[in-house]
Design a protein around this ligand. Structure first.
Ligand code: F6R
Length: 242
């Protein structure tokens, strides 16, 4: 595990984008695992800037997203498909047919989870997986639990995650209660993992994930077992690691 300590959100975003950009330059037909949430927004903005300057070509890439709310269609402005379109895909020359997000409208959870695992498998494997981290140590929507989930699964969101996400909805009652998420097993299968963290609210989760015991109660702690993990965290997120 390599931890880059950066000053602030802006520096974190530039550094993360430079690692993703290098991956695209080295392997133009790479498979990227992507995340949503507030943390990677600046990273995506930087990638869009480099695309506009003519420095990056997204046309041969394939992407697979970590998760999606169950019950939200892709054109709902809180869905993760919508997030990816508006923050990245609509602004670069990616072929949207090669961008994959779980289907939030599929009611049959067993079917959708099996289907999405096959989608990931059919890509040939993720070269670089981008992750944010929840204040409780979740990655994707793998919430603290008694065991690590291997494949894509349907998750009942915890009260703390529903509360954390309520800021994006009109009312807390509108926050979906379930989501489809890649499992920790899917995430750990990526060749390289890049986790970004910013702000004091992530300090405990970053400390526990990097230096605490490996336990499904802190899902990101599994990353200690991966051989190629880069964490880019700002001063506030690293404040308990010093
Ligand atoms: C989103 C995802 C989540 C977020 C996490 C942090 O696709 O997988 O695990 O990365 O909830 O969210 P932010 O960045 O909003 O603090």
């Amino acid at each position: 595990m390599v931890i880059y300590a950066v000053k602030d959100y802006e520096e974190m975003s530039k550094k993360a984008a430079s690692i993703i950009g290098a991956q695209i330059l080295m392997k133009p037909d790479a498979v990227l695992g992507l995340a949503t949430g507030s943390t990677p927004v600046g990273t995506y903005q930087q990638l869009v800037k480099w695309y506009e300057q003519g420095d990056l070509d997204f046309s041969k890439l394939t992407t697979v997203n970590l998760d999606e709310y169950k019950g939200l269609p892709g054109d709902n402005d809180q869905s993760y498909r919508y997030f990816m379109n508006t923050n990245l895909f609509d602004h670069v020359n990616i072929n949207k047919e090669n961008t994959f997000v779980p289907n939030g409208l599929e009611e049959d959870a067993a079917y959708e989870c099996g289907r999405y695992d096959k989608v990931i498998e059919a890509t040939g494997g993720v070269d670089l997986q981008l992750l944010g981290i929840g204040g409780n140590g979740h990655i994707g929507f793998n919430e603290p639990s008694d065991s690590f989930e291997k494949g894509t699964h349907c998750v009942a969101l915890t009260e703390s995650t529903i509360q954390a996400n309520a800021r994006f909805f009109d009312s807390i009652d509108d926050v979906p209660k379930y989501a489809y998420s890649m499992g920790v097993g899917n995430i750990m299968s990526a060749k390289k993992i890049l986790l970004v963290a910013s702000g004091q609210g992530k300090a405990q989760a970053v400390y526990d994930s990097c230096f605490g015991p490996i336990t499904p109660q802190v899902p990101a702690s599994a990353l200690q077992l991966h051989t190629d993990v880069v964490i880019i965290a700002d001063e506030a997120a690293l404040s308990l690691c010093r």
